[in-house]
Design a protein around this ligand. Structure first.
Ligand code: ADP
Length: 428
């Protein structure tokens, strides 16, 4: 966090306002959740997708679920030309349930912003100046920040008086020491183009680290963790005493683990080779490594459930894809074990981490000498609760902790609003 920015919100909403709307704006989608921070309840959630695809065949789709239950789920289609129209549709759906954006109960809007660069190490109240800084980061996050910025602009136009907060995916990783964050390339070139390892999924890593410490009955400052966020995108982080000291994603979310469609680590010379020998353009290689690699590139499927089914049927390509995925995971567990020196828990989260017992089992198989193992019975249990899956007296715990990035964004946003209220909004 830079000193020039306000870290607390001006007191714009009444003290009784406890709701936070979380917006995650992608290039053609908006995901949202409305939470009541008085007790953490989810009041509504939904998404608008295929924004800007025009009338006719490719019209947008909106799914809105009130009160966290599938029961009242509403779905509608129709053209949604831009983010302003998408947000208007969201506002209408919320208003339909008596939860409109004009409600005095709404305390703030929290926006997911992918890239905060080196400037933003904490959630930040959005001002014109903050927005301009997020825009200055577009060259390092061309695929993500523009959509986040559009979402922020649209929401500010709709409720200019309301506190809006940016919560950055990179923020949790800004505590990485310089020797972990820097690539070993020419310093002048790297600095001129802001090339360094930023890391992503930080909101999830932060949330899961705190919940894992709770599960261990300790304060976050007392534990060292290896957190494995294995969703479609996947990343590992080494967390010492509640602070990130290394993470597997780098300048972009391409580095590190094998993912659904991304390669993760490859020799950078693969890029020159494909340009020189295969005549591929930079954009071709970009698409290859980001969209046609990882599990999908290796076996044609990026869903671990489908890969599991194929392995059971004796499919060799699916088996190899699984083995490559797990081998990379194991290498990162070993690397971060060495970085941390002492590990209290290895923590699995996100779609694959929370649901795939075979991935968890294979990732720690053979690491008994490091104090790591899973209990087959515990590992097979399906549950939405944070839980241990290691044997009772294991030296290092293996845990499954469901992530909730929206709740984390809402908590961080509301904390700023609450701090602003304590300060009586004087900073505004
Ligand atoms: P995203 O990165 O899109 O938020 P998620 O964290 O929701 O992704 O993870 C999605 C992935 O989780 C799916 O592609 C699939 O591989 C995996 N997954 C979901 N459910 C299961 C399951 N029951 N068993 C194994 N893998 C699962």
């Amino acid at each position: 966090m830079t000193g020039s920015h306000r870290t607390t919100a001006p007191a714009t909403a009444p003290a009784t306002a406890t709701r936070v709307l979380v917006l995650n704006s992608g290039s053609s989608s908006v995901k949202y959740q409305l939470l009541d921070m008085a007790d953490g309840t989810r009041l509504a959630s939904g998404l608008v997708e295929r924004i800007g695809e025009g009338a006719g065949e490719g019209t947008a789709r909106m799914v809105h679920t009130p009160h966290a239950g599938e029961a009242g789920r509403r779905e509608r289609g129709g053209p949604v030309p831009d983010h302003a129209a998408a947000l208007k549709a969201v506002a209408e759906e919320l208003a339909h349930d008596g939860l409109g954006l004009d409600s005095p109960a709404l305390a703030a809007i929290g926006h997911r912003v992918v890239h905060g660069g080196m400037r933003f190490s904490a959630p930040t109240v959005i001002t014109d100046e903050v927005l301009a800084e997020i825009e200055r980061l577009v060259p390092v996050a061309p695929l993500h920040n523009p959509a986040n910025i559009t979402g922020i602009r649209t929401a500010r136009a709709l409720r200019p008086d309301l506190t809006q907060v940016a919560v950055f995916d990179t923020a949790f990783h800004t505590t990485m020491p310089e020797y972990a964050a820097r690539y070993a390339i020419d310093v002048e070139t790297a600095d001129a183009h802001r090339i360094r390892r930023y890391g992503f999924h930080g909101t999830s890593h932060a949330f899961v680290s705190r919940r894992a410490a709770e599960l261990l009955g300790k304060a976050p400052e007392e534990v060292n963790l290896i957190v494995l966020h294995l969703g479609n995108g996947a990343s590992a982080s080494a967390v010492r005493a509640g602070r990130c000291v290394d993470t597997s994603m780098g300048l972009t979310p391409l580095e590190g683990l094998v993912m659904g469609t991304r390669s993760g680590d490859v020799d950078p010379a693969v890029t020159f080779h494909l340009r020189r020998v295969a005549g591929m353009s930079v954009d071709d290689v970009d698409v290859l490594l980001n969209k046609r690699s990882g599990l999908v590139g290796l076996c044609g499927d990026n869903d671990m459930r489908e890969i599991g089914r194929r392995i059971e049927e004796g499919d060799e390509r699916a088996r190899l894809a699984f083995d490559i995925y797990v081998h990379r995971l194991k290498k990162y567990i070993g690397a971060y074990y060495a970085v941390l020196g002492r590990v209290d828990a290895v923590v699995f989260t996100a779609g694959v981490g929370e649901n795939s017992a075979p991935v968890r089992e294979a990732a720690v198989a053979g690491l008994e000498e490091l104090g790591l193992a899973v209990d087959a019975g515990l590992n097979a249990v399906r549950s939405d609760a944070p839980r241990l899956v290691s044997p009772a007296r294991a030296r290092v715990a293996v845990a499954v902790v469901p992530t909730d990035e929206e709740l984390e964004i809402a908590e961080q946003t509301f904390a700023l609003v609450a701090a602003g209220r304590r300060g009586g909004g004087r900073e505004s």
